[in-house]
Design a protein around this ligand. Structure first.
Ligand code: CTP
Ligand code: ZN
Length: 151
């Protein structure tokens, strides 16, 4: 292991999600349903970062995500970097990429949408990724970056 000071302890095996913008940290926790895990998780909030000013970090021991599970966090934390840790070493670094479709996790901006009035899960087509725009499968209204509300 590299000899340097870590503000949150190093982990032996698992996934470190680093460079999360501080305001998105708890949204990431919710999108990944981390409250349902009973493995060791360390969360650091408002840590100093040269790139982001303040960043959040999540360290998950013995958890390795599939791309489709982790990519959802790009909606709120496009700058997040995944580090795969084996025997204390970073063996792989990955960026997150917004998927082509989003199911369940975002609320439709249209109050009249069926998903806001009946027991129907939300479903969106991602029509723009750089400046996020989500088109509702049911009412076709666009939910954009500023209106994204995580359910
Ligand atoms: N890390 C960890 N446990 C380890 C190894 C690394 O928790 N056994 C964490 C580090 O604390 C860091 C992240 O994984 O937050 C990435 O580690 P590393 O690549 O060594 O750090 P940096 O070079 O600073 O990464 P970057 O360039 O992505 O900022
Ligand atoms: Zn809708």
């Amino acid at each position: 292991m590299k000899d340097k000071q870590l503000s949150v302890s190093a982990i032996k095996e698992g996934t470190v999600i680093d460079h999360i913008p501080a305001p998105a940290l708890f949204k990431v926790v919710s999108i990944l349903n981390l409250e349902e895990l009973d493995t060791m998780i360390t969360i650091g909030n408002s840590l100093g970062s040269k790139k982001l000013g303040k960043k959040g970090i999540i360290k998950l021991s013995n958890i390795f995500f599939k791309d489709n599970e982790i990519n959802k966090i790009a909606l709120v934390a496009p700058s997040a970097k995944l580090n795969i840790i084996r025997e204390y070493e970073v063996v792989e670094k990955r960026v997150v990429e917004i998927p082509d479709e989003i199911h369940d996790i975002v609320k439709c901006v249209n109050p009249k949408c069926i998903t806001n009035n009946e027991q129907v899960s939300t479903r969106f087509e991602v029509v723009s990724k750089s400046d996020v725009k989500l088109k509702c499968h049911y009412c076709e209204k666009i939910t954009d970056q500023d209106n994204i509300e995580i359910i």
